[in-house]
Write a new protein. Structure first.
Length: 356
């Protein structure tokens, strides 16, 4: 067992490494052509306050979750769940369309062009998934692989869920929301996976037809400054005290995979958390009103400074291990000996953990 001195030594080393680190004055982006950053400027902080133009706006908060039912090195079966919560002036509304959709993604490995590919087939009766029922992607595709190693097949399930989230946003824009409303999804608006940009563009097109603002809110950020410091922390050190605010501009983005304007914001005085907010760059909305809407929904004590609608959507989209066991038992009953053997080869660590 590690001693207190071991822990103390680690903490002191961390403090020594971070102490001399300069804060930096600009966000760091590896792609200098598509991301042109602006220097941090106190003039770019804007107070969040209610404006005279404030009107009724419905906001659809979207999140997704998944969990693995069965997994081996050559296949996995994953339960996915998407949910959206609908609010107007912080009052929950009953949606016109299904507020929760589920699907199972069946991922298998195949040899194609002398390489391992992953195939995904989506099992669901919902027409929402008609455009992404079959997905094919290389196991060494840079958007899913890790360094020099091919991706684990379970990673491909995230691709299916991301595609589905964009499709769900498109349906919500077309069938649920009205002109001037807002879609707010968990995470950024960057289309990271191969093929994801096509689904993102379709959702954006649906929003533009009704002038719906499309927003992504990330509760964690890995953005650095030009000295390697945490950008959100550095920005916070320049921010006005005891106020709620948003900050813009940070960077000019010129990428078809990331059609967004990037903001950072503190949405509650009692919170120290600074959120990254992506806004679709062709959204036509009052920015002051938009951030007031977000801040006004970010007052729940369970997570000050984070929109409650996203908290609720996350809770409803969560796939728990308890409910997963039901599906695992049912699916296992249909497996043959060969598939069970594949599962056994993957479960070595779990079996060892149970043994000790």
């Amino acid at each position: 067992m590690l001693s207190k001195n071991n822990i103390k030594e680690c903490v002191l080393e961390l403090k020594n490494q971070l102490k001399p680190q300069e804060k930096g004055d600009i966000a760091f982006f590896r792609n200098k052509e598509k991301y042109i950053p602006h220097k941090i400027n106190k003039e770019y902080f804007k107070d969040i306050k209610r404006t005279g133009t404030f009107g009724k706006r419905k906001v659809a908060f979207i999140d997704g979750g998944n969990n693995t039912i069965l997994s081996a090195s050559n296949f996995c079966v994953v339960l996915n769940r998407l949910h959206f919560s609908l609010y107007e002036n912080n009052i929950r509304l009953k949606p016109l369309i299904a507020d929760t959709v589920e699907f199972i993604s069946v991922c298998t490995s195949v040899v194609q062009d002398n390489e391992i590919y992953f195939n995904i087939n989506i099992a669901s009766d919902n027409k929402l998934f008609d455009g992404c029922r079959t997905i094919n992607i290389s196991s060494v595709d840079k958007s899913i692989s890790s360094g020099l190693y091919r991706a684990k097949i379970s990673k491909i399930a995230d691709v299916a869920r991301k595609y589905a989230e964009w499709n769900y946003a498109k349906q919500i824009a077309e069938e649920q929301l009205d002109v001037g409303d807002v879609i707010l999804r968990d995470g950024t608006l960057e289309a990271r996976f191969t093929g994801e940009v096509n689904f993102a563009d379709a959702a954006y097109e649906a929003c533009m037809k009704k002038n719906i603002a499309f927003v992504g809110v990330a509760k964690t950020t890995t953005l650095f400054t030009n000295t390697g410091a945490n950008f959100a922390s550095v920005l916070g050190s320049h921010a006005p005290m005891n106020k709620i605010w948003y900050y813009y501009p940070i960077v000019d983005i010129n990428s078809k995979y990331h059609r967004a304007k990037m903001y950072f914001s503190k949405m509650h005085k009692k919170s120290s958390r600074i959120l990254r907010v992506d806004l679709f760059n062709e959204s036509k909305c009052d920015i002051d009103e938009l951030f007031w809407l977000l801040a006004d929904n970010s007052k729940d004590p369970c997570f000050f400074g984070y929109p409650y609608g996203l908290i609720e959507a996350h809770k409803m989209a969560l796939v728990t291990n308890k409910e997963l066991q039901y599906y695992k038992t049912m699916a296992s009953a249909y497996l043959d000996k060969s598939s069970m053997s594949d599962l056994s080869s993957q479960d070595g660590h779990d079996e060892l953990d149970r043994a000790v």
